[in-house]
Design a protein around this ligand. Sequence first.
Ligand SMILES: C[S@@+](CC[C@H](N)C(=O)[O-])C[C@H]1O[C@@H](n2cnc3c(N)ncnc32)[C@H](O)[C@@H]1O
Length: 302
Amino acid sequence: MARLEIHFGDNLEVLKRIPDGSVSLVYIDPPYNTGKIMHRHEISIERRGEGHLGFEDRRYASVRVGTKSFSDIFHQDEHLLFLEERLVEAKRVLADDGSLFLHMGVSESHYCKVLLDQLFGRSSFMNEIVWAWDYGARTKRRWPAKHDVIFWYAKDPERYVFDLDACDRLPYLSPHLVGSEKAERGKTPTDAWWHTIVSPQSREKTGYPSQKPLGILERIVKVHSRPGDMLCDFFAGSGSFGDAATRNGRDCILVDNNRQALEVMQERFKEHPDVVWRDWDARPRASEPSDPAPARVLQAEA
Ligand SMILES: C[S@@+](CC[C@H](N)C(=O)[O-])C[C@H]1O[C@@H](n2cnc3c(N)ncnc32)[C@H](O)[C@@H]1O
């Protein structure tokens, strides 16, 4: 199994210690500058005298048992300056044939693209991937915003990893028009990726706000790196990118400065055989209850 190195701390400080050219693929999903504290509430369904009627005619109630959150409040210039310092380091640590993927919400993505063009050069811009989903409430006041943007920049636009054969395949919309062999194989994706979010009912859910789905991240890992490569996500959150990397035989450096993110990663990777923790004591805490936690349903709130 591939190795994970997980750092608790400010990513700028950690990045400065990573050697030049040592990372093949960087994926980052920084705060989007939504101007909000991002929350995800954990709801436990418990048997209660009052509450809604459920299994075997017993009554159940939803009880809020915890909230995980991180701050996403910046001034516009601050947000770009904050990113710029870290993107300069990201470019430095990338191998000559390495790639950077920056995941961003639509309210900031255009500013980020201009910044990336300045730092990497316009010729290094490879794709703007649109990740679209359909889940959740729909406003009636405008078109419901249901996509993020993922920019791909290659450090050297003449030399980069793009292994399309390693990509998952999609069913043709009209399979009868392409013949049975092609229909059986499916087609490769375009730059518009439909994929559901990590929903409250999803088996992937960790309870961390803004957790990204493995389906999206595994596609990036498989197509844009080779087994045995070193990958990095220095805005790691729940550690989804590290999970996608190690499931596919790549080593990965993860960084986050939020204690709750580290706690989530500690739980997520507790069975992982090769994790190195930096500036984080990953021994089980004495105060942790020995009883198994109740089944939890998670509710997202942005
Ligand atoms: C949008 S979330 C990432 C979610 C992640 N992609 C996932 O799938 O769970 C952004 C993360 O960046 C972290 N972060 C913000 N500023 C940071 C900094 N200076 N150093 C390290 N992590 C930081 C936040 O704590 C938060 O966990």
